[in-house]
Design a protein around this ligand. Structure first.
Ligand code: C5P
Length: 228
């Protein structure tokens, strides 16, 4: 196997910076697999909500409790499929209630320990583009290419709303900006694996880039890393 097929590429950044969609397309163009780590935190959150465990008890859950939650990841071609309670989940992971509780779940050490193992297994063979908040800093600190994506807050809010099929008004963009800013605050201020620009990361500001330009910048960085 040539070495480029074993590379690990990480994309970190705040909410709505376009990490997941960019990572997915970069992986497709390079023939790598895409790991959406936010999806794993969302799946654990969905499992807790479905099990009806009150929010006030989440911080007391042990490693055993977290390991017992019915979240599975399997690998199929280019995709990691996420299952909660035996069914494939996708749209449900983005529901308002999951989005409202995921940053709290992600601040809990037992939740992060559970998912760290899953992420390391997914990355074992390389050929991976992983996106999240701590991919380049904590989960894959020796990644071959690290990218940190940023974009203006209002632009991120506008993109988020447009993704869900809305042509947003200024008032809606303002409201969504507040929701995103609050999640960024929680993700940046938590003690464990806070959102940070990883050392040796390439910083890309996507505010004025279109989707194809973002993807091309990352693909070019990856290609440069194995032709250097
Ligand atoms: O990327 P996405 O918005 O789906 O992530 C959902 C949440 O999962 C983030 O707000 C963050 O709290 C958590 N997360 C994390 N570490 C990661 C990926 C996501 O803490 N690597």
């Amino acid at each position: 196997m040539n070495k480029s097929a074993q590379l690990v590429v990480t994309l970190d950044g705040p909410a709505g910076s376009g990490k997941s969609t960019t990572a997915k397309e970069v992986a497709r163009r390079l023939g790598f697999r895409h790991l959406d780590s936010g999806g794993l935190y969302r799946a654990l959150t969905l499992a807790l909500l479905e099990e009806g465990i009150p929010l006030t008890l989440w911080a007391d859950l042990t490693d055993e409790d977290m390991n017992g939650l019915p979240v599975r990841v399997s690998s199929e071609d280019a995709e990691f499929l996420i299952e909660v309670a035996g069914r494939r989940v996708q749209a449900e992971l983005r529901s308002p209630s999951v989005t409202a509780h995921v940053a709290f779940l992600a601040s809990l050490p037992a939740a992060r320990r559970r998912l760290l193992r899953l992420q390391h297994i997914a990355g074992e063979k390389g050929g991976l583009v992983a996106d999240g908040r701590d991919m380049g800093s904590v989960v894959f600190p020796d990644a071959d290419v690290k990218v940190y994506l940023v974009a203006d807050l209002h632009e991120r809010a506008r993109r988020r709303l447009e993704e869900s099929g809305i042509s947003p008004s200024n008032v809606e963009v303002e409201r969504e900006s507040k929701v995103i800013a609050e999640r960024d605050r929680q993700d940046s201020e938590r003690e464990l694996s806070p959102l940070r620009e990883p050392s040796n990361a390439h910083l890309i500001d996507t505010t004025r880039l279109n989707f194809n330009e973002q993807v091309e910048e990352v693909v070019a960085l990856v290609k440069a890393s194995y032709t250097d």
